[in-house]
Design a protein around this ligand. Structure first.
Ligand SMILES: *Cc1c(COP(=O)(O)O)cnc(C)c1O
Length: 364
């Protein structure tokens, strides 16, 4: 067998005809920027998230940076971020003129550890940036309590968690704002870069609606020094189409995750936590193994695609050298051990069974 990790072309294949129709309609309309497509998608995505407002922006990194810009925090304010995240979360803080303070994850679920957050709060701390890594929701009861106790903003990086639920809700209304990315590989992926900010806060909504368009929502009237981070009209139309199928895509992923939990048994492989199987967005199914080199070689020989999210921690990246001496042992251990298995709606039953069976037979 030859099972690709994430066959993007096949994932988008079911939409081919409708994509073509949308493009023709778009071309015919003669209206290319911030039109009805963006407005409609913003409304649909806010509804989907059970939130008040959504603002379409150019990508996920911009969504995060626009949230920070809208808050007007004093320069060099400290923002607590998970050390175990995608690089973009960290640089959104740095690009905003703020100081990232790295908190350790919990080994069992990869997510920011509330206990380590409280150790890292100082008088300069202004916000926590929580990341729903791999599609898993953080412990928001705990995080919101910390934010309340210390008067901090909660900002959420949901670039990997479209459609995930937390206690029956998709949007954490205690957060000041949530950033989404629609990069093609995400659970809801466009055919180019795209992103959104979701919020229940009217002021943040108003401000970011202007900031993404130079600082203006009335033509040639500029109230803020913003940037150009508009969501593409064409991509918004594609996203509206794919949003209708998002729950189905996630349900399929939940079923596959359920199959993996039920059938993978190998003492060399640590499965992710299964307690939130029907709440997770299941962007990625990430196992841990002390035998990663041998395991990935074995997967390759078996024709099973995989990926590593991520091979090198942000504080070990060349660009972030000033943080390289930080003591982040759990983050580093996770980066040594993780492997992502195929998890998407193109997988056939026999492929899923083959993957589980092969993994059970892995002997380092
Ligand atoms: C993808 C991703 C981003 C950045 O999104 P872009 O649209 O690529 O800018 C930010 N944070 C996390 C956790 C991501 O996975």
């Amino acid at each position: 067998m030859n099972i690709p990790f994430l066959p993007l072309k096949s994932l988008n294949q079911p939409y081919t005809e409708e994509f073509k129709n949308i493009f023709e309609e778009f071309l015919e309309s003669g209206y290319y920027i911030l039109g009805k497509g963006v407005k409609d998608f913003e409304e649909e995505f806010a509804n989907y998230c059970q939130a008040e407002y959504a603002i379409g922006v150019a990508n996920g990194l911009d969504a995060l940076e626009l949230i920070f810009q809208s808050l007007n925090l004093p320069e060099k304010s400290e923002i607590i971020v998970p050390a175990n995240t995608y690089y973009a979360s960290i640089i959104s803080v740095i690009n905003s003129g703020l100081n990232p303070i790295f908190a350790e994850p919990q080994y069992h679920d990869f997510l920011i550890d509330p206990e380590d957050i409280t150790k890292k709060i100082t008088p300069k701390t202004k916000a926590i940036l929580a990341v729903n890594l791999y599609g898993k929701m953080c412990d928001y009861n705990e995080l919101l309590k910390i934010c309340e106790d210390h008067h901090l903003y909660l900002i959420i990086d949901a670039a990997q968690s479209h459609g995930a639920d937390y206690k029956g809700k998709k949007n954490i209304s205690g957060a000041i704002a949530t950033a989404y990315s629609f990069y093609p590989t995400k659970n809801l992926g466009a055919l180019a870069d795209a992103g959104a900010v979701v919020t229940d806060n009217f002021e943040v909504f108003e401000k970011i609606s202007k900031l993404r368009n130079y600082g203006s929502n009335v033509r040639y009237n500029f109230e803020l020094v913003g940037k150009n981070s508009r969501l593409s009209e064409l991509q918004a139309k594609f996203l509206s189409l794919k949003l209708k199928n998002l729950d189905e895509e996630i349900n399929t992923r939940r079923k596959i995750a359920g199959y993996y939990f039920k059938n993978i048994r190998n003492t060399n492989i640590i499965l992710p936590p299964s307690n939130s199987i029907n709440e997770d967005g299941w962007h990625l199914f990430v196992i841990k193994t002390k035998e990663r080199e041998r395991f990935t070689k074995y997967l390759t020989e078996a024709g099973i695609g995989f990926d590593i999210h991520y091979p090198k921690a942000p504080h070990h990246q060349i660009a972030l050298e000033k943080y390289s001496k930080l003591n982040l042992l759990i983050t580093e251990q996770i980066h040594r051990e993780v492997v992502s298995l195929p998890l998407n709606s193109t997988l056939k039953e026999e492929e899923i069974a083959y993957i589980a069976d092969k993994i059970n037979k892995f002997m380092p």
